[in-house]
Ligand binder design. Structure first.
Ligand SMILES: [Zn+2]
Length: 168
């Protein structure tokens, strides 16, 4: 059985849905946990079509939780109360305007925000925040600090997602 588990982990990337079905059936929760990031990288309709029926509902709940984080992550710069500008201690010229993306030193963060929003296009992109937040560059420490707060807020929300094991 040990060999079987090792083999399943080896073939996980190519046969993730089949292996998850087998792992859930036999209670191999560590394999299910290993598979979760791979499944999240796939479109939901594809996963649902190929997962065993009894796993579809729990998986949809888990995927839904990630999708809520994605929506929240994408709206973050546009919410005045938790604006990256406010939380960074920078006061925009026009309060409560999400489009006024200027930090206290005068640097404009619109380009950085646009680059990050374009990179945050699906649930899978939440698993690659290091890439998402390094696609855009700036030499301004204030902008960098604000963007880091945005990233940290997303990471906190991801940390609050219940592991898929609790669903499956
Ligand atoms: Zn600056």
């Amino acid at each position: 059985m040990v060999i079987c588990r090792v083999q399943m982990q080896k073939f996980l990337p190519q046969h993730v849905q089949e292996i998850v079905g087998y792992a859930v059936k036999h209670g191999y929760k560590d394999i299910v946990a290993d598979a979760a990031p791979l499944l999240l990288a796939m479109p939901l309709e594809e996963t649902v079509a190929r997962l065993p029926v009894n796993i579809v509902a729990p998986w949809a709940l888990y995927y839904g939780a990630w999708n809520r984080v994605l929506r929240s992550a994408r709206s973050f710069p546009l919410q005045p109360r938790i604006s990256i500008l406010r939380s960074g201690g920078h006061v925009p010229d026009v309060p409560d305007s999400g489009r006024n993306n200027q930090v206290s030193c005068g640097c404009n963060v619109n380009k950085q925000i646009c680059d990050i929003l374009m990179a945050l296009h699906d649930v899978d992109s939440l698993q690659n925040l290091a890439t998402v937040f390094t696609l855009t560059t700036t030499r301004c420490k204030n902008v960098t600090s604000s963007l880091n707060k945005w990233r940290q807020a997303i990471e906190t929300e991801i940390g609050n997602i219940k592991p898929s094991i609790t669903y499956l």
